[in-house]
Design a binder for this molecule. Sequence first.
Ligand code: NAP
Length: 432
Amino acid sequence: MQQYDVIIIGAGPAGLAAALYSARSKLKTLYIEKLGTGGQAATTDEIENYPGFTHGITGPDLSKQMEQQAQQFDAERLAANVQSIELDGIYRIVKTNKDDFRTKTVIIASGAAPKLLGVPGELEFRARGVSYCATCDAAFYEGANIMVVGGGDSAVEEACYLTKFAKKVILTHRRGSLRAAKIVQERALANTKLTFMWNTVLQEIKGGDVVEKVILKNVLTGQINEMPIDGIFIYVGIEPNTDFVQNIIDITEQGYIPTDDYMRTNVAGIYAVGDVRDKLLRQVVTAVGDGATAAYHAEKYIEDNFPEERGNQYVNLNLGDKRMSKKLIEITKDNFAEEIKESPLPVLLDFWGPKCMPCLGLMPTVEELAETYDGKMKFCKLNTAENRPMAIQFKIMSIPTLLFFKNGEVIARLQGARESEEIEEKIKAIID
Ligand code: NAP
């Protein structure tokens, strides 16, 4: 079994800061990410409260720089889904869908995922008019009428971002005042393309192929209204990703992991950092502080508990090279007919965008599958930012989306960031 000093679960700002500090201390470091680098921050267009960037920085840009910085010190990356953590004496075993790893310490930086609203039609129309990522999908709503649900920082900031694309954005909030920071509120209230619908809840999403209308209820008057709408972006809070640690680590009623000031959980050698931790302020700036603290303490913990192995002799496994093995064919309107329409092999076409971190996270998985199924299926990608008419032609409303072609026709579609097993199942069903 491959062995590490530090395994970090998650590659948001907290995980990447931990990876930077740990790798820079010459600890053998692996960080594991199942979706895209950058976590929730990477789905934010503009981050203006992270010190050092006077004019702000986009979430994807900050995430890319954080990852490059960690990799510069030889932190290794693996695209995999962590299933559990187990104890093996003084070592910890991290089990993933790809391999199991032995490690001296674990830093849990698995972050949080957007909460679902839980109304009829939400799941049915996901990626067909319902989205949770404005930086990924805003461009598909050029000139459209959009509704944003929620009243926190995410809803209000992303509603403002969406006004750059949409004809009109309506922010629906269940109360009469916003939860978002004052400066964010002021900017939103001054935005002429943004209107507010107060004390209103979204009850149902309806449509045909795509979203067409919403049913709304005013919670003060009880009045029900139907409103035509082209797209809905939902930002009603976040849920910590702690399913895989519930058997081993204490968690709060809300699912967050309590730690002490050194980021230690109740299990020795296991730390928790960032949004997954039970804490007051969930921001990029607090996440990176958590990550640095945990990595620093992990180094002391290793020195105290594994004195004979410090500065040791591990072989560099170079997981990075393994996952980037085969490149995908870039599709444009000029080569679509030759590469896809007339392909004798079935084709997987990955619709992606340069600002979409889940897309960039999925790409190495698709590249790995391209290697595995070489000669049985053709693997291609299409940049939606440069080929928007083609994305529209294939009714792409959310990325990443994978389309499967046979004899030039679309025969299957997978929307959203998917795990490798699910994509592989689809591939096998098509080539068998
Ligand atoms: P949040 O702060 O928890 O806000 C969630 C919003 O959704 C609240 O306004 C809430 O209403 C509403 N809501 C919750 N459940 C709902 C339901 N079932 N139906 C309708 N509305 C519902 O979540 P967030 O905006 O995603 O932010 C998460 C964390 O990240 C926060 O700590 C936030 O400060 C931080 N963040 C920071 C920045 C930044 O600093 N630039 C940007 C984004 C996020 P109520 O107000 O009535 O509870």
